[in-house]
Design a protein around this ligand. Sequence first.
Ligand code: ZN
Length: 245
Amino acid sequence: MTPGRCRFCDAPLTTTFVDLGASPLANSFLAEDDLGRMEPFYPLHAMVCDACFLVQLPEFASPREIFSDYAYLSSMSDSWLAHCKAFADAAVARFGLTGKSLVVEVASNDGYLLRWFKDRGVRVLGIEPAENVAKIAEGNGVPTMARFFGTKLAGELASGGTRADLLVGNNVLAHVPDLNDFVRGLAALLAPGIAPRHVPAQDGEMRNSIADVSAIGAELGWAPARRGVDFGDVVAWWRARKVEV
Ligand SMILES: [Zn+2]
């Protein structure tokens, strides 16, 4: 088999991180009609990039196969819902969000987060590729586009005048096939000038937004997932690869 390429920096993927054999798709259950049929298994063989150290799976199943009928609903967890309510309270107060503000969430699932902003009179837009989940969000009163996010969708939204005053993504990067396109899309969707309002730094919206997210996390008592990561270094890394951040 020819080696795949790193989904972040495009270096060849040749080093095994851990090989766990073959597995069916997670969060994808069989229906009764499927019981007599063959169930597809895929290699669960995580590779680590020698150039940037991103651990990743080569892509065997397309995002459309994975997300066409997704079984995970974020609102199933009461403690996660309570956390999201606290996050929304903190974000509304910290950023002074009003009825004129727009909060966009990428991978917004069933509206588990945006509903709290909506309750406070803030405009919301969810972007959720799993159509069955997006429908549930709509049923919960959270406007949701059933689309995959990237520069294409961000460009469509921005040229139609839709820009986010707060842009949230929870547990999403690990599911993204094209990381660079996704992050470029985030930068394109942020309202101009939004970040400097919160953090008086000179070097771009993305960095400031990351700093804001970190600050909210600190206020809510979150520990950073990976200690020792300097977000300035992350931004410099993206810039060196011609990503505008
Ligand atoms: Zn890499």
